[in-house]
Design a protein around this ligand. Structure first.
Ligand code: NAD
Length: 484
């Protein structure tokens, strides 16, 4: 199957923070792939804007180096690369001062899509929004893209929303959560709402529980100072895991439109019950392998910040009442994997003599590695010896099923940037959604801070602290194996 690429309208995309890590590692290599695929019209431009004193040629060299380092096979296309680099410009701009703004204003073209990617720390969002207006660079049709973290609690998120709202309408603001740009996340919606098979079972009559795991093998690395102020709850649960939970639990929207989908996600967040302290396990990794302990990595020998968290949540509505949602995420774990598993209930009665096993259908949606869907079904064990039952996977790897050679699976960032240019906000978080997520998160954090809770230590390279296993064992359930 050959993928269909629909070109977007001609655009000028300004990347504030265009010399930063995210721009060099993800945004520009992604745009290069969209350029090669023909999706980015050849008269579009990408304008890097940052504090570094560079000219456009210097910026082209920087991005050429970044693509050589972070790009995939496409970097061998020298002609393509030269054509892409020719579409780059650079302006030295100070978000906090007047330097560079009139040059940027002069560079922008009229009557095309204008997008501004705020790939800088959130403390600069207000300055950028204000100056884009003051210098009449943005208009009513312009879009801004803002990166995570969107606040560190409800109060700061509300303040950020107000700051942006002073200059931009909600319909112009694209709050990025790159998990929503993953192919499988969108497939989750296709599987749920495009098949007759699953929806009748998608409720507390048939679902025993749901597990969401996002495990990383890396530690906090160079982000130690930021991470130590955030922890796994703020860095991962409030945004990425919450978004996955919403997509799995939400009611079918009336159509696949931005507000219809986001209205349904907002309802799920608002219906999340507060979590009992006994249903939260926080962990911190020990030194192990060739890595240091969390406290060494974070350069804080007295840190109580969690690098791992597991929790049992409930959603109070008719569909999900009584169905636990177990969430788990951590660093320096056994394998790098992200997965959502819908574990169905056991059969009430087995008709097969001697079948003493417990069999549960499991629908596992793998986000990484090897994006795909895996359905565990029970069949007869082959061979003579009567009706012995065995659970086997019906595995569908998207790459295999759709023909690896021809299908082009866009990276989350490139897909989302193209959505910005198209003006499609479906896969971006709305302001009220982000605030609702913090409204749920804040009291949980305040709870463990108030108790001076100390995270449980876990071995680097493990599946997390023993207490996280107990969280499941107490309910006669078990986590799925963390495997890459
Ligand atoms: P970075 O520190 O590598 O880059 C920051 C950029 O901002 C640089 O280009 C710098 O020149 C520019 N900048 C700083 N102060 C400026 C000013 N006063 N005026 C103009 N430009 C200024 O940061 P990063 O890792 O690229 O992250 C950028 C944003 O993306 C942050 O909000 C971060 O939280 C978010 N983010 C990054 C990643 C990642 O993988 N790097 C992942 C998710 C979210």
């Amino acid at each position: 199957m050959v993928s269909r690429v629909i070109p977007v309208d001609t655009f000028d995309l300004v990347i504030f923070g265009g010399t930063g890590d995210l721009a060099r590692r993800k945004i520009l290599p992604g745009l290069f792939r969209r350029f090669l695929s023909g999706q980015m019209p050849s008269d579009s431009r990408v304008i890097g804007a940052a504090r570094s004193e560079l000219d456009s040629n210097g910026y082209r060299q920087m991005i050429s180096d970044a693509i050589a380092e972070f790009g995939g096979d496409e970097k061998s296309d020298k002609d393509g690369l030269a054509a892409f680099l020719a579409r780059l410009e650079y302006v030295t701009v100070d978000a906090k001062g007047e330097n560079g703004w009139s040059e940027l204003a002069k560079l922008m073209r009229k009557d095309i899509v204008k997008a501004f990617y705020f790939s800088v720390g959130p403390s600069l969002f207000g300055d950028l929004a204000e100056r884009l207006h003051k210098h009449k660079i943005a208009d009513a049709n312009s879009r801004i893209v803002v990166e995570k973290p969107f606040g560190r609690d409800l109060e700061t998120a509300q303040a950020l929303n107000e700051t942006l709202a002073a200059h931009f309408e909600e319909g112009q603001i694209y709050r990025i959560d790159h998990y929503l740009g993953k192919e499988t996340v969108q497939n989750l919606m296709a599987v749920r709402f495009g098949n007759v098979l699953f929806e009748p079972l998608w409720n507390n009559h048939y679902v025993d529980h749901i597990q969401i795991t996002v495990a990383e093998t890396v530690g906090v690395g160079g982000r130690g100072a930021y991470y130590d102020r955030a922890g796994a709850m703020r860095d991962m649960v409030q945004n990425h895991l919450m978004q996955l939970l919403c997509l799995i639990a939400m009611e079918p929207p009336s159509q696949f439109g931005a507000d219809e989908v986001r209205d349904e996600k907002l309802k799920v967040i608002s219906e999340l019950e507060t979590v009992d302290a006994h249903h939260i396990v926080r962990g911190q990794y020990n030194a192990g392998g060739d890595g240091d302990s969390y406290r060494v990595d974070a350069e804080n020998p007295r840190s109580f910040t969690e690098s791992f968290i597991a929790m049992k949540c409930h959603i109070s509505n008719w569909r999900w009442s009584g169905v636990p949602f177990y969430l788990r995420t951590g660093k320096r774990m056994k394998a790098r994997t992200s997965e959502i598993a819908v574990v169905f209930k056991e059969l009430g009665h087995s008709i097969f003599d001697g079948d003493s096993g417990t069999h549960q259908n499991i629908l596992a949606i793998r986000l990484q590695p090897n994006e795909g869907i895996d359905m565990q079904v029970t069949i007869k064990e082959p061979g003579p010896g009567g009706m012995r039952l065995v659970d086997v996977p019906l595995d569908m790897s998207f790459a295999e099923a759709l023909g690896d050679a021809d299908i082009e699976v866009a990276d989350a960032y490139e897909r989302l940037i193209m959505d910005v240019i198209r003006g499609n906000q479906t896969l971006f978080m709305r302001g009220d959604e982000v605030e609702a997520a913090w409204r749920w998160t804040d009291p949980l954090i305040a709870g463990w801070e108030g108790r001076s809770d100390v995270p449980k230590l876990y071995d680097a390279g493990s599946a997390g602290p023993e207490d996280a296993m107990m969280l499941m064992h107490r309910d006669n359930r078990k986590w799925r194996e963390v495997k890459g």
